[in-house]
Design a protein around this ligand. Structure first.
Ligand code: SF4
Ligand code: SF4
Length: 377
């Protein structure tokens, strides 16, 4: 099984999104020596393929020289792990020379736009939309693949139609992200959407997607349909992520996931010590997440979706309880709603199709859930 290491060159970010929980103004920049240590650490860590995602804060703040050194170090130094690379960025600081470098290393980029300019800038700050779109043009000019995430908040949920139409009209793939309560905020729930709202939103997206399947990809729905079909999760939220995902902060500290970076109580070790799989598994944060897995085995044992939900995201689950395991991922309600919808519709398609061929929609026929389940990524 492949594993994932998120590299967080800084928690600093030039934008000031209202609901952001992952930026920190005073955060230092990662020194290239940390990447050297990552390579030494992972040399004999595991044998499976690895994906590195540069994440933040805003990872482009690390600058061209950092990436010019880091990318060959990771790909050549760990060639036996067949490293795949990815980047999550607001694109404001993307330059032609950086874009050229990312193209050379075949790096797909995830970025963030919440919807039309006015809505986006209301949530993410004046000028955000223009700066990100400027970076997007540079990325396109260098043939980089860019996909966007729209964070859905308690405000933007009322504009879901405008958001969907924006992505459809612009020919952009859509991935949504429900705004999360933050472990760092004194009003953690302010921007978050309720689990029921999230469930209804996913069902709305399923319907709109089926109407427009030729013109847009809704990544959340693709992943959910595939998970139901394969009976196992296809993104981190719906698998036991612990042990297969790590994040490295600017100072070389290792965490279970980027969402925990910067919180000392979630440090599992440091890349300079080259910890083994077993040593990391013995750290307090790893044990906490392992406890969550056991908690899910018990709490969700009667749930028909447990195989492809796995209790959702442990970060979401412990956030409302001050880092303690006292409940499931609060989006459980949303997951049940969408898994039920997909399962029931797929079963109905099965029982009403006179033959198997009918399940795979051909152009001009009404797309089916089954066609989404089998859609190529
Ligand atoms: S903690 Fe949540 S976001 Fe992080 S890897 Fe696990 S499921 Fe994904
Ligand atoms: S839908 Fe809810 S009860 Fe079912 S596995 Fe997921 S978190 Fe557990």
């Amino acid at each position: 099984m492949a594993f994932h290491v998120m590299l967080i060159p800084t928690l600093g970010c030039p934008s000031n999104c209202s609901y952001c929980w992952s930026s920190d103004e005073g955060s230092p920049l990662m020194d290239i020596e940390v990447i050297e240590e990552v390579v030494k650490w992972l040399k004999n860590f595991r044998r499976e393929p690895v994906t590195f995602t540069f994440h933040g804060g805003e990872p482009l703040l690390a600058g061209y020289d950092f990436y010019r050194k880091a990318l060959p170090m990771l790909t050549e130094g760990l060639s036996h792990l067949k490293p795949a690379l990815a980047l999550q960025s607001n694109l404001w600081n993307l330059t032609d020379e950086m874009a050229e470098l990312f193209h050379e290393y075949n790096i797909p980029i995830g970025s963030s736009i919440d919807g039309p300019q006015e809505l986006n800038d209301l949530q993410r700050g004046a000028g955000y939309f223009e700066k990100t779109m400027r970076g997007y043009e540079i990325a396109k000019a260098h043939n980089l693949r860019v996909s966007f995430i729209s964070t859905i908040t308690s405000y933007s949920i009322d504009h879901k139609e405008d958001i969907f139409n924006f992505f459809l009209d612009k020919g952009l793939n859509l991935k949504i992200h429900p705004a999360l309560p933050s472990l760092r905020d004194d009003r953690p729930e302010k921007w978050a959407i309720s689990p029921k709202q999230y469930g209804e939103l996913l069902i709305y997206l399923l319907d709109r997607y089926l109407e427009n399947v030729e013109d847009i990809t809704v990544m959340n729905i693709d992943n959910l349909c595939k998970s139901v079909f394969l009976r196992r999760g296809t993104v981190c939220t719906y698998v036991d992520c612990m042990g297969d995902t790590f994040a490295v902060g600017p100072d070389g500290s290792i965490y279970p996931c980027y969402r925990f970076v910067g919180m000392p109580e979630y440090v599992m070790g440091n890349v300079r010590d080259h910890p083994t799989v077993e040593e990391l598994a013995e750290s307090a944060p790893a044990r906490l997440l392992e406890d969550y897995k056991e908690y899910v085995d018990e709490e969700c044992s009667q749930c028909e979706y447990i195989k492809f939900c796995r209790g959702g995201c442990p970060y979401n689950a412990i956030t409302p309880h001050n880092g303690k395991i006292k409940g499931l991922d609060p989006h459980c309600t949303a997951y049940k709603m969408i898994f039920k919808e997909i399962t029931e519709r797929a079963n109905k398609e099965f029982s009403s199709a006179p033959n198997m061929g009918m399940l795979f929609a051909r152009p001009k026929e009404k797309p089916t859930i089954m066609s989404l389940m089998l859609k190529r990524s």
